[in-house]
Design a protein around this ligand. Sequence first.
Ligand SMILES: Cc1ncc(COP(=O)(O)O)c(C=O)c1O
Length: 391
Amino acid sequence: MQRFSKRTSWDVGESSFAAAVRGARATATAGGRELIDLTISNPTVCGFEYDVAAVVGGLGDAQGLVYDPDPRGMRSAREAVAGYYADHGAEGLGPESVVLTTSTSEGYGYLFRLLCDAGDEVLVAEPSYPLFDFLADLEDVRLRSYPLFYDYGWWIDFAELERRIGPRTRAIVVVHPNNPTGHATRSAERLRLEEICLRHGLALIVDEVFLDYSLVEGGAGLQSFAAGPHPVHTFVLSGMSKIAGLPQMKLGWVGVLGPEGVRQEALGRLEVIADTFLSMSAPVQLALPGWLAGRQGIQQQVLHRVRGNLSAAHASGLEVLEVEAGWCAIVRLRQRGAVGELAVEVLRQAGVVVHPGAFYGLEQGGWVVVSLIGPAAEFAEGVRRLSEWNG
Ligand SMILES: Cc1ncc(COP(=O)(O)O)c(C=O)c1O
């Protein structure tokens, strides 16, 4: 009989929530009315106006006919990424410190391979983005969570984080700003994280895919971990999915910072990992400088939509936890039936799809997550129904 690896022996059975959503989507109705989906987080289906000529035209460069791979990615593309960081006040991240990947997710995979042997551990915030579990499983890395807590804003529980560091811990992952909490790491928290990493010999992996989506009106924007001094080995991850609203183009990167010796060593090793796959496509790399240059066009539309939808959520009377940045919000509903069944009840009774909080590791009853980038009219109707259902 064929044997499969243990690392792929996931329970892929459909949850009651997924089954209910599938059924509702098939008929586009739930609870006797038209279905409203508040989980749409794919920017390419939200009605944003892309500059089609610029996005698609960028792929037409005739140089893309030539195969001449550089394991770290094309120099011109890496220069554009360095330019993005220079725009964020991080001149120290030059093109020689960038490794291109097909996505941020692939970037995580590279870093887990770089830093961890089988069974080594990486610390990840809870709540956060659920994809980490699979990424870690595929690299035989064990994830340990460290808690964030909510007290007029989200905070890292540093005492608990330190308690969870063990002999096999290799890195701390920070999502800045975090998904789904919208919590941006404060500078005092950054210093504390760096101090902890230094003391325990850990790397800091910082996922900044939502960096450009600060919701603080008139604020200076969020500071990248690529800026400032780097006393510890630091990796910044980002990519086109969120920066330019182009997840289908499959382009991300890892920026490598930190003390010079270890930085060079890491870059050399990452180059070998990347060379093993050479996964970057030439046309996409040639198009990257244009996409990055045009990012404001899509970012302004997304920010406008997110702000408008957030206002609609507040106006509906729902209890919405404070969001500093990003594309989603956590809403607290009245827990009525069994914990874990809330999102199914909301679907069946209000005809609205929301993400169960547990999906992101939000274990408190009554918390659900909504995406803020969906079309405004649909979003307003969705939160109105939620509020009505909530009573
Ligand atoms: C925090 C975070 N990191 C990474 C990703 C994945 O990005 P990519 O499409 O570049 O793999 C997502 C996608 O939603 C995300 O929310």
